[in-house]
Design a protein around this ligand. Sequence first.
Ligand SMILES: Nc1ncnc2c1ncn2[C@@H]1O[C@H](COP(=O)(O)OP(=O)(O)OP(=O)(O)O)[C@@H](O)[C@H]1O
Length: 211
Amino acid sequence: MTLKLDKVSLFRYTDTLLSLDEVINPGEVLSIMGPSGSGKSTLLNAIAGQLTAPFSMTGSIYINDRCIDDMPAHKRGVGVLYQDPLLFEHMTVGQNIAFALPSSALNRAQREQRVSEMLAEVGLNDLQHRPVQTLSGGQQARIALLRTLAAAPSVVLLDEPFSKLDAATKTQMRTWVFGQLKVRGLPTLLVTHDSEDVEAAQGHLIEIETC
Ligand SMILES: Nc1ncnc2c1ncn2[C@@H]1O[C@H](COP(=O)(O)OP(=O)(O)OP(=O)(O)O)[C@@H](O)[C@H]1O
């Protein structure tokens, strides 16, 4: 799976926020750092299909060589992980992950089976029936990634994903999250203020200048 940003420029009204011409290959992470207001969230919105006025884009975005410029957000196969895990607090871990599975062919028992498998693959099966409010910050962050992956994305966007975690958990989570994404061959775009995130991602870095 690849993500290609083909001569992409983003604008706020008529001002250029940023311009990128990049290919992110399977399992690679492209990190973007830049000051507040430089257009990082706008870039993620453009890829996710959520660009709205006053923002606009020229150039084209391809996922697996297919142009997604005119594709609605829910068909793009873009998974996003935010700094808040945004889990459904009234549901269990298993229900949170099941909620994100593609709504197609699986019946209820098959969905539960798939969730068990996903949790077992990463050694977290003991969490399946736990209400999410009872999880630690690090556990919630892991479940948030699994929920993103449950939707079988072709591309993952990480928006300051570790910024709310304590220092020790951050270190563990960086290794875990980048490992999971690499093993699955997912091209990943990371937006962060933290150079330690960039170091852990072991990919190419683009620093956006002050606008
Ligand atoms: N709805 C809006 N209308 C007009 N300008 C906006 C709107 N939303 C954001 N902006 C401005 O557009 C610019 C780009 O915003 P964006 O959120 O992409 O920056 P960012 O790099 O993600 O910032 P941060 O690091 O603070 O999240 C900023 O100057 C911001 O103030």
